[in-house]
Design a protein around this ligand. Structure first.
Ligand code: ADP
Length: 317
C-alpha cells in the first residue's frame, strides 16, 4: 500500500512554545488516521502544516506525493481542508453554498449540479438542501462544511475537530455520515479530535499527541492491548474522602491511582483478584464505596499510561 501522507520530524515553534516537536507518521491510501490529544497538543498546527497553511520550522512532509514546502499548489489541489470553524454563508441555502464552492474550485456548471446533488445526499442534507443555512442545526452545518471540503473530489481530506461543540446525538449522526462518506468517496482522511471515543469509533490508526510530541501510536485495539491487565474503578460515597483513599491504596501497592471527583481508577494485573483487596482496605479505613467496576483498558488508560496524567485532566487544563 502506498503512503498518501508522510510527515518526518515536523516541528513548529511559536515564540517560546514548541507547538509541534519532531512529529513523524505516515498515512496509507484509504486510511482514516486520527491525531488525538487534549487542547493545545499541536493537532491543528500539524494539520495546517500539511495543508500548506503554515510553514514547518523543521522536518519535511508530503501529501499525495507533493512536498508541502515546494509544491504547495499541487498539495492544495489534492486536498480538502475543513477547519474547526469553516465558513458557510448563512443567507444562502445548503445547495447554493455547495454551488458557490464548486465554482470556486472551478468545476464546470454541468459537473457542479450533479456533484452537489450527490454530496447533499451523501451527508444527509437532501431534504434540507433548499433551506437557508441559518435554519440549520450545528450538526447540519458541520456536515455541509464537510461536503464543501470534498466538492472537488480530493484524494485526501483533513478534518479538524469535526464534532467539537455538537451534542451527542449530532455527533453520532456525524459518525455515521463519516463512515458512509469514506466508503463511497474512497478518501484518505486525517482527522483531529480530543474525544477519545471519536478516535476509537472512526480511526483505523491513532497518533496520540501531547504538548507537541507523539505520545503513542497504533490501532485503537493495539493501543489498548498494549496495556497489560485491567482497569479497576471505585466510586466512593463521599467525594472529598477520595483524596485519602489514594493514600490508602498506595499502602497495598497501587501506585498509579488517578482521581476524578469521587471516582478512583487504577491499572492492575487481574481486576477480579485485586478488587476484593481494594474494597476491604478501603472499608478498613472507614471509606464507604458506592460502586466498583473492572474493565479492559480504554484509550483513556492508554493516555494516562503514556502521558502520565489522565486525558480528562489534560483537556480541562
Ligand atoms: P490543538 O489543535 O491540539 O488544540 P494547536 O496546534 O492549536 O493545538 O496549538 C498548539 C500550541 O501552539 C498551543 O500552545 C497554542 O497556544 C500554540 N499556537 C497555535 N497557533 C498559534 C499561533 N498562531 N500563534 C501563537 N501560538 C500558537
Amino acid at each position: 500500500m502506498t503512503d498518501v501522507i508522510t510527515a518526518r520530524n515536523l516541528s513548529k515553534r511559536y515564540g517560546s512554545v514548541d507547538a509541534v516537536s519532531d512529529v513523524s507518521f505516515a498515512v496509507a491510501e484509504g486510511e482514516a488516521f486520527c491525531l488525538l490529544g487534549p487542547n493545545g497538543a499541536g493537532k491543528s498546527t500539524t494539520i495546517r502544516m500539511l495543508a500548506t497553511l503554515t510553514r514547518p520550522d523543521g522536518g519535511s512532509a508530503s501529501v499525495a506525493g507533493f512536498d508541502v514546502r515546494r509544491q504547495q499548489r499541487s498539495v492544495r489541489a489534492s486536498i480538502g481542508y475543513v477547519a474547526q470553524s469553516a465558513g458557510t454563508d448563512d443567507y444562502l441555502t445548503g445547495r447554493e453554498n455547495l454551488l458557490v464552492q464548486a465554482a470556486a474550485q472551478r468545476l464546470s456548471r454541468s459537473k457542479a449540479r450533479p456533484r452537489v446533488a450527490e454530496l447533499l445526499d451523501l451527508v444527509g442534507l437532501a431534504d434540507a438542501a433548499d433551506r437557508i443555512v441559518r435554519t440549520y442545526s450545528g450538526g447540519m452545518r458541520r456536515r455541509l462544511e464537510i461536503a464543501m471540503g470534498i466538492v472537488h473530489e480530493p484524494r485526501v481530506l483533513f478534518l479538524d475537530e469535526p464534532t467539537t461543540g455538537l451534542d451527542p446525538e449530532a455527533r453520532a449522526t456525524m459518525w455515521d455520515e463519516f463512515r458512509r462518506m469514506r466508503i463511497e468517496q474512497n478518501l484518505t482522511v486525517l482527522l483531529t479530535t480530543h474525544y477519545l471515543e471519536e478516535a476509537d469509533q472512526l480511526a483505523d490508526r491513532i497518533l496520540i499527541v501531547g504538548r507537541g510530541r507523539v505520545v503513542a501510536s497504533g490501532t485503537p485495539e493495539s493501543l489498548k492491548a498494549g496495556l497489560a491487565g485491567d482497569s479497576v474503578s471505585v466510586e466512593l460515597t463521599n467525594g472529598p474522602s477520595a483524596e485519602a483513599a489514594v493514600g490508602v491504596l498506595a499502602r497495598i501497592g497501587l501506585a498509579a491511582v488517578t482521581r476524578d471527583g469521587a471516582v478512583l481508577r487504577a491499572q492492575v494485573e487481574r481486576g477480579s483478584r485485586a478488587l476484593p483487596a481494594i474494597l476491604s482496605v478501603l472499608e478498613a479505613a472507614g471509606l464507604r464505596v458506592e460502586s466498583a467496576a473492572v474493565a479492559r483498558p480504554t484509550l483513556d488508560d492508554v493516555y494516562l499510561h503514556h502521558a502520565g496524567r489522565s486525558f480528562g485532566e489534560a483537556v480541562s487544563r
